[in-house]
Design a protein around this ligand. Sequence first.
Ligand code: GAL
Length: 961
Amino acid sequence: MSRNDTDSLPWYENPAPGTGTLAPRSWYAASDARRLSLNGRWDFRLSPAAGTEDESFARPEFDASAWTSVAVPGHWVLQGAGGAPAYTNVVYPFPVDPPRVPSENPTGDHLRTFELPAGWPDEGETVLRFDGVDSCARVWLNGVELGDFKGSRLPHEFAVGRRLRPGANVLAVRVHTWSSGSYLEDQDQWWLPGVFRDVTLLHRPPGAPRDFFVHAGYDHRDGSGTLRVECEGAEGRVLVPELGADVATGDTVTLPVEPWTAETPRLYAAELVTPGERIALRIGFRTVAVQDGVITVNGRRLLLRGVNRHEFHPETGRAVDARTMRRDLVLMKRHNVNAVRTSHYPPHPAFLDLCDELGLWVIDECDLETHGFAEVGWRGNPVDDARWTPALLDRAARMVERDKNHPSVIIWSLGNECGTGAGLGAMARWMRGRDPERLLHYEGDPSCADVDMYSRMYPTHAEVERIGKRAEEPPADAELDAGRRAMPFVLCEYGHAMGNGPGGLSEYQRLFERYERCQGGFVWEWIDHGLAHPELGFAYGGDFGEEPHDGNFVCDGLLFPDRTPSPGLIEYKKVIEPVRIAPGATAGAFTVTNGYDFTGLGHLEFRWSREVDGALVASGTLAVPPLAPGASADVAPDAAGDGLWTVRAVLADDTGWAGRGHLVAWGQAEVGTPPRPAPATGARPALSGSTVTLGPGVFDAATGALLRVGDVPVEGLRLDVWRAPTDNDNGAPWQPDERYGRLWREWGLHRMRHRADAVETGSDALTVRTRVAPAGRDVGLRTVYRWTAAGDRLGLTVSVVPEGDWRVPLPRLGIRFALPPAYDAVRWFGGGPGEAYPDTRAAAMLGQWALGVDALQTPYVRPQENGARGDVRWVELTGDDGRGLRAAGGAPFWFTARRWTSEELDAAEHLTDLVAGDRVHVGLDHAVQGIGSQSCGPGVLPAYRLEAAPAEFSFVFSPLG
Ligand code: GAL
């Protein structure tokens, strides 16, 4: 690409950022200057290609009566206005030939006629602001071209005062799906063109500032705040009534303040008063630094308990309304999340106001990703090609200028997955110069030459530990090594929340708590991007016929698309809880540790309870002494006794994000020996005709198959090792380790055969000897079922001895059977109420729980193994009449209950493929394989692998009702 080549390209292919726009400035929600929202229904026409020279639609007299209309903000592909969404992760969905884009470039012409409100001032200027247009726009007002821009998730303003008319005005916007900017916006998400954020007309009175920059630091040594507001284009005063402050812009004032932190989001209402405009400010005092290799705010080390948040709504895509934004943040706060990385672009600006208000640490990330160049050996990567540098700098400036006045934003991120190049260095230098008071982040350059922290995505626990010890592998350059080794460490992405999982979060958290350098991380990611679809429920890549696509890799969030928390979020909440409540040294005592970074525990109330056999026998409140961050104390309820003790830390008062009584943290201790089922032995099997009766059990005499327990018909009871592989079992294709989902199929674990070798009726037992083995393989599991009984209790002991050279762990090891569909009310004592697997069980609280079979299912967008309950002592499945079956474990076990088999679950691609059959399929598992995070990260830790090894486990069944 020579300079001449780019000059001759149409505007949307030219790598230059745009023409005619104003210099970027801060975004703010409230001032006394007039504004007019241009959101609403806009006339709309879609053309299949960009090449059209026909700009007649921009003329005010153009007749658009034959056009359709769309909502702005919105994406036309989600409004039935033509075209369809398309999903790719890394690969560009068009040939990599920067900065050229395909001729097939769906183009949306948008028209909006608006009335200029009476009395709109003549003096001063009026600007037209676009908060976000994907992927580019060319703009006309009343037939006069204003200019064009790229940078989808960034604001652009035009001066329009001269062009406005009293009465009707016509705004015309041409949007192309693809532009040179698309090369810079290869984030892992749906490609969604459109005017997807607000369009606003803003009056700029004479004497109003062009821009302003609030500097509000906090000195933790003396508790003082230092305030200085730089104001450009006007002079004025800054009023902070609560502090009695009235300071000229540009002047510095130091005075005692309460600091802003994510835990104590103390904002001071203030006003910037200039001759032309009064602007409402909310000032938060805080100072961000790296001290001795650790990120600090207000002098204290931070522990980031974060999530990566894309903007997403299942119906409106990246057009996210204010209610949804608040809902996201309220959900984060309720789940103990204290940090957001705005992956991978600046969010709607109002989102940051909410972060200031509710209290979240923010990494604000620039709208920049060129990951698809990795597919071509990074040839032509725009961040390493000077011709793109103006576009990169433009993006950096638009983010920093827009968002610079938010106390919540503590770190700027250059972008995501762009490889390396001089353009990134240029961005970093500009950002540092403009805002030396914040830190810089970028993950993609291992040298960390431009940044303040070492950041990684998806490292293993072992690697995090080495980094924590500052003992990681050095990069080639010794000087860079020294620089990087001295830096703090964050995981900008970890814990890939795709489908069931992620597993292994607790183990990461322990490392973050242990090594000062490890300052936490951001789970990937906040929400599944499943798009609402009439036939499929939620759609993912490929469902709109697009090619190439990356399937359900777009559904990897802690929330389901409808914003219901998934078990992953419940688990994360428990893992990152800011108070640890652990069984203490003496029975019934607890050790309480304050895990906050800044605050004491005064905002919490501690409540204890004691349960015996699932029944509450005593409860009260617990006095916890004041504890500084990091401090612990041993406390004991003023009561004693065996049973299950639970201590809950709940909010003592209402907050902006949850009410009094909201559960923040909890811990449990079992005191005394938990009851175990009495052995069911002694009864004699009785043969009569074709059946054997043993206690309540009736068996087929020829096969040894269990037919009934009391009146309850039981079908197909047998050893089970299969589960519908999870996304984390399947692993990402690029994962170097063993990917079990694939291996399990190779080993045939989805098609185990059961050979009956012997049915032996003894004096006190019915013994069925079998060999369970996959077709086509020479490994097997010698499996013996030994049935015994006493009274109305039927005992089963299963012994399993592997044969052959097993080189693959088992998905699960237990039994399965089917019951009639009416037995669908489930009650159990064990972990609950939600799902748990060996490495995702932190949030499972011991207790007695009850749920219907349907409610036991976790609706992962792509169906897969789900819904297991762990640490179960007994489970009952009953019908409306109270009749049913109880199973108690010789040891704690896992159970699942579903209206479909694991095979049906495995075959389903969307939730709508799962059709309830006429059975309840029950799994009682002695052990299950962990989950891990291999869909984009490390696999199951060795401790959670279920190796094929000799095992014995038992259950006692009894009929109910
Ligand atoms: C990272 C990337 C994210 C997302 C994630 C996997 O490499 O930064 O955008 O693609 O992997 O879901």
